[in-house]
Ligand binder design. Sequence first.
Ligand code: NAP
Length: 452
Amino acid sequence: MIELSYFAAAVLFILGLKRMSSPKTARGGIVWAGAGMVVATFATFFMPDMGNYGLMILAILIGGGAAWYTGKKVAMTDMPQMIAIYNGMGGGAAAAIAAVELLKGHFDNSTFQVLAVAGALIGSVAFSGSMIAFAKLQGLMKKSFHFPSQQAINLVVFGLAIAFGLYVMFAEAPGGFALFMFFALALAFGVLMTLPIGGADMPVVISLYNALTGLAVAFEGFVLGNAAMIIAGTVVGSAGTLLTQLMAKAMNRPLTNVLFSGFGAVEAESSAGPEGEMKEIGAADAAVMMAFANKVIIVPGYGLAVAQAQHKIWELSEMLEEQGVDVKFAIHPVAGRMPGHMNVLLAEAGVPYDKIYDLEEINAEFPQADVALVIGANDVVNPVARNDKSSPIYGMPILNADQAQNVIVVKRGRGRGFSGIENGLFFLDNTRMLYGDGQEVAAKLIAEVKQL
Ligand code: NAP
C-alpha cells in the first residue's frame, strides 16, 4: 500500500508539473502536486520502524504552519525570495537526512554511501546558497560581495569539502569531527559561491539551487529506499535544470558566466548616464495618441505587478480595440520578478493568449507600431543591453520598444529597474514619460479614451 501510494504521489507530481506548463492550468497543477505531497507524507506514517510520531506531527505543524502563513502573506513581487527559501529548505532537509544516515554509518552497499555523501554535499550547498540568495533579494545584504582571490578561496573550500567527503565515505569509522567538517565546509562553499553573484543573476542562481535540491533529494531517496523521494527529486532536478537553461538563455549568458564571472555585479554608477532630457506627457494626450493609432504594443514589467494594473490595462486595451486599434502585448522572458510572472498576471486579468507575444515573435513588429506603451518595465526595454559592454545587462536580448514610432513610458518617477542602471530609452526623442502609479495612470487613460 505504501509503494502504491508513492506511485500515486509520483503520478500526481508529474501531472501537476505538466499542468504548470500553461498559465491556464497552472493553478490546478500546483494543487495536483500539493495533493501528491499530502499522499506521500501520509503514506510515510505507515512505513515500518517509524517511531516518533509526536515529533513528526510537531514538525509538520511547525513547517506547514509557517509555510501556510508566509504563503498567504507574501506579495506576488516577493515570490522569488520565498521560492529561494523554500527550495533551500528542501536541500537542507536532504542534507539532514544524509547526516543522520552517515552518523548511523551502516549502509546496505557502498553505492548508497557515495550517494549519501554526494546528496549531503549538494543539499548543503543548495541550502546555504539559497539563504544568501534570499538575503540578497530581500535587501538584507549587499547585492554582490567581492574580496581578493575569491575564486581561488572558493576552490580551496570546495576541494577541502570534497576531501572530507571522501574521508567520510572510505574511513572505517569517520567520527563526528570529520562529518562536522564536511558539512561545515559544504555549507561555507554554498555561501561563498553565492556572495559574488550580482542581484540581476539571482533568479538563474535560485533556479540552479532548485535543480540541485532535487538532485540531493533523489540521492537521499536511494539511500532511504524511498521511491517517492527518488521520483520527486528527479522531477524537480530535471525541471530545475531546464528552467536554469531557459533563464540563462533569456539573459543571453552561459551558466558558467553567471556563476563565475561576477557579472551582473558591475556597479550601477560605473557607466556614464544617457544624455538628453526626459519629456513628460499628460494622460489626455497619451490617450489621444493611442486611440488614433493603428497599432499599439503594450510592454508590461515589474511595475505593473507592483501596481496590480493588469485588469485596468486589459480594460484599456479592449477600449482601444473598439476604436479599431490593433493591440498586442509583448512579454520579455524575464519581465517581472519570476519566470512567467507577466503571463500569469495577464492571464489572471483575462487577456487572451493570442494577444500575448514572446520577444522573438514581436520584436520585428515594433517599427510598425505607432505607440509602444511601456508600463512599469525598465530593464527589459533598456537599449544599453545592445551596445554598452560595461553594463550589467549587456547582451541580454531586449524588447525593441525604442524602435516604435512613439514610446509612452508609465512609471512613478526616476526609479531604476532591478539592475539599478539608468535607461536611455527614457531620453529618446520619440519617448514621452507618463508619471504615476501604473493602476492610477491606466484608470486615467481609460477615462480619457472614454471621452473621445
Ligand atoms: P524593472 O527593470 O525592475 O523595472 C520596473 C520599473 O517599474 C521601475 O523602474 C519602477 O520605476 C517602475 N515601477 C515600480 N512600481 C511601479 C508602480 N506602482 N507603477 C508604475 N511603475 C512602477 O522591471 P522589468 O523591466 O520587468 O525587468 C525585470 C528585471 O527583474 C530584470 O532585470 C530581470 O532580470 C529581473 N528579474 C527577473 C526575474 C524573472 O525570472 N522574471 C526574477 C528576478 C529578477 P519607478 O520607481 O520610477 O516607478
